[in-house]
Design a protein around this ligand. Sequence first.
Ligand SMILES: Cc1cc2nc3c(=O)[nH]c(=O)nc-3n(C[C@H](O)[C@H](O)[C@H](O)COP(=O)(O)O)c2cc1C
Ligand code: SF4
Ligand code: SF4
Length: 254
Amino acid sequence: MIFYFSGCGNSQHVAETIAAGLNDKLTFIPEAAREGHYEYTLAEGERLGFVFPIYSWAPPKLVLDFINKMSLKTNPDYLYFACTCGDNCGLTEKVFRKAVEEKGWSLSACFSVQMPETYIGMPGFKLDTPENAKRKIDKANDLLKRNIPRLINKECFSEIIVGSLAWVKTYLVNPGFNRSATDDSKYRVSEACIHCGKCMETCPLKNITLEDGHPKWHGNCTMCMGCYHHCPVNAIQYGKATVGKGQYVFREEV
Ligand SMILES: Cc1cc2nc3c(=O)[nH]c(=O)nc-3n(C[C@H](O)[C@H](O)[C@H](O)COP(=O)(O)O)c2cc1C
Ligand code: SF4
Ligand code: SF4
């Protein structure tokens, strides 16, 4: 059983690749949460996996909230997570470990997968060049080829890119991010909008409606930037920070 979250497709690709390798099934966390589906039963020996992007050097709050509400009939004998990041993850492993230990579960394995950057919501943050994005995806696919057999064999391992100033980033910067992440008031749409509804369809939290053909944000945002990146005419901006920075969505061929 694999639970995953993804805003721009990177973590979805990783989740789908792991699911194919393990012949396992996927559950999209925001959908399960919307349906209030928190109770699950693992078959004997079944692995429990989580796949998600790193947001501000920690798992997204919605992933931790989901775990907090989950209930399992029996404790998993093998629990792992795979996280995708643009660069590094800070003390994500520690945060995740605490979240599952509070449930009485224990973490067996975890690894991070560098994928193309999606966060451009502040000055100084930019996307990878197409060449770098392709390099990262090729390396990620090699990493998955190596690590999926380890998950199949229920190996215990930890392979997380922590990065510098990890404590400061995870325990000081991340809480600030979580406080402001739901603030979607800086999202704007330009006259280029062709009223296609793609932003509304792709928002994982169903936080967007179309009013007179234009997107309206409703304050329940996780800052995945999916609406910005998926717009076919780049009509969405997040304040001034995103202007001229281009778009990225995971596709099999970059
Ligand atoms: C709000 C936000 C915060 C992010 N924070 C980090 C971070 O702390 N470290 C990092 O390496 N990448 C960070 N990223 C980049 C993403 O983790 C990375 O691009 C990820 O693969 C996106 O996954 P997705 O396509 O499944 O949404 C961030 C992206 C977003 C949207
Ligand atoms: S409104 Fe945009 S940034 Fe916020 S959760 Fe939806 S798609 Fe992601
Ligand atoms: S995806 Fe872009 S063009 Fe389509 S409705 Fe949303 S803002 Fe308009």
